[in-house]
Design a protein around this ligand. Structure first.
Ligand SMILES: Cc1cc2nc3c(=O)[nH]c(=O)nc-3n(C[C@H](O)[C@H](O)[C@H](O)COP(=O)(O)OP(=O)(O)OC[C@H]3O[C@@H](n4cnc5c(N)ncnc54)[C@H](O)[C@@H]3O)c2cc1C
Length: 415
């Protein structure tokens, strides 16, 4: 069933046009080819299936570029289509309708996050060397922050060090869950910098450093199994890895700030993606409810199933409006930290509930590889711990609210 995307009267013509063009590509080019597009695995797919899939992806990417929708997160001078924040957010709910479609629009984590950081913190030389080929698809990258022996939810606890020796940083440490690690040509590594001339506080000691993966001492130990499948989320030991100081991103000590910048906007984009995926799960659920006969009637006539439809509608509307509200605040330059934390908790939970109901309605088919629901279910669960687990965001919300009450003011939900 195609995605139903009509103009929204309160939005600008430009945003409506972007949503329309994106939906055309999703409906015409991606949905009919969903079963063929993602044939990567040497174990499960023949060479001709993989080559046909590659061809299809390139054809669709060419159409995306022609429509002026390639790499919406980047300005034109670095190979993107230069969309504004809200334009990009509204585009995401449409392109995410098909799982994995973002890569066909030039947006692929962690490359897209690294691209944003290179844009904001990189020198012009670094942008030309790393960012431009990244956008053109000539290079791949990873972001290496989380460590097995320290809490990723408190990134300031990391132990990986970068020691300054003359014109070089010497990096030592142990990381894991560095996504895209096997394919990456370079990694952005979060380090605790040991520079006698640098700042002394805990935040100020974090620096992000670009490390080409072929540098001696970058030892990729394994791809970690996730949800029972081998993946490209890798474990790495950095052993006396030497890179020129010019590979440092931004000022010494700006690493923590850069990590926050990477996540803030990213969380809104991720949530709009989740909304698009909920939308798809909802369509699938209703489609099945209106066509499957059980116990003398269509599923849609059973009140249990009507309850699933109503509850899912409420979940999607709440998640969507919460995300749009936050995006509008950010776009208007207002402080949206409390809203970002709230949606980072609420949206993945709502997403889990909607997909769970869709799976239930589809029965065995719901957990099969014939539908995207099983992948969505795992993705929704993972979102609750990636990019900051729920508990950390709840602490932040409570802190911000309590600060305001202690300052003698109550919370203004209208602003
Ligand atoms: C599929 C996937 C891809 C990833 N990709 C990357 C990547 O590319 N690069 C990268 O650097 N990292 C990546 N990560 C790692 C991710 O960012 C971390 O897993 C996340 O930040 C949580 O850190 P942790 O796993 O060390 O959990 P911990 O910090 O050990 O936390 C464990 C649990 O403790 C609880 N908790 C934490 N703090 C508190 C508190 N204050 N109060 C109460 N409870 C608390 C929470 O329930 C939390 O889930 C990825 C993870 C996954 C699953």
């Amino acid at each position: 069933m195609p995605m139903n995307v009509q103009p929204i009267s309160t939005l600008s013509d430009r945003i409506n046009q972007i949503r329309h063009l994106t939906a055309e590509i999703v409906n015409r080019e991606i949905l009919p080819n969903e079963n063929e597009l993602w044939r990567y695995s040497k174990d499960r797919h023949s060479e001709s299936e993989r080559s046909r899939a590659r061809e299809l992806r390139h054809e669709i990417q060419a159409k995306v570029k022609q429509a002026g929708l390639w790499a919406p997160h980047l300005p034109e001078e670095y190979g993107g289509c230069g969309l504004g924040f809200l334009e990009h957010a509204y585009m995401n709910e449409v392109l995410a309708y098909s799982m994995g479609a973002a890569t066909l629009f030039g947006v692929q984590a962690p490359n897209s996050g690294n691209a944003r950081i290179l844009l904001k913190y990189g020198s012009e030389e670094q942008r030309q060397k790393w960012l431009v080929p990244l956008t053109e698809g000539k290079l791949e990258s990873g972001f290496s922050m989380t460590e097995p022996d320290n809490a990723g939810s408190d990134p300031r606890s990391i132990k990986t060090t970068a020691r300054r020796e003359g014109g070089e940083w010497v990096i030592n440490g142990h990381k894991w869950f560095t996504s895209n690690g096997k394919r990456a040509d370079f990694l952005v590594v979060m380090c605790r910098t040991e520079d006698p001339a640098g700042p002394a506080d805990r935040n100020g000691k974090m620096t992000q450093i670009i490390v080409p993966t072929d540098t001696p001492g970058v030892n990729i130990i394994r791809g970690i199994e996730v949800w029972g499948r081998s993946t490209d989320h890798v474990e790495i030991i950095y052993e006396d890895v030497r890179v020129p100081v010019e590979n440092q991103l931004g000022q010494t000590g700006s690493g923590h700030r850069a990590a926050q910048d990477r996540l803030g906007a990213g969380r809104v984009y991720h949530c709009m993606n989740s909304v698009g995926q909920m939308w798809r799960a909802f369509d699938l659920m209703v489609e099945r409810a209106t066509s499957r006969e059980v116990h003398g009637g269509l599923l849609e006539t059973k009140q249990f199933i009507q309850g699933f439809i109503a509850d899912s509608y409420i979940d999607i509307q709440s998640a969507r409006l919460m995300t749009i509200h936050t995006a509008e605040r950010m776009d208007g330059g207002l402080d949206a930290r409390t809203d970002i934390s709230a949606l980072k908790i609420f949206v993945p939970e709502a997403y889990s509930r909607v997909v769970d109901r869709a799976i239930q309605v589809w029965g065995a088919a719901g957990v099969s590889g014939d539908l995207p629901l099983a992948g969505m279910y795992q993705g929704a669960r993972t979102l609750r711990l990636a990019d900051g687990p729920d508990e950390v965001h709840k602490i932040l919300i409570a802190k911000n609210v309590l600060r305001q009450y202690h300052a003698g003011e109550s919370w203004d939900f209208g602003n």
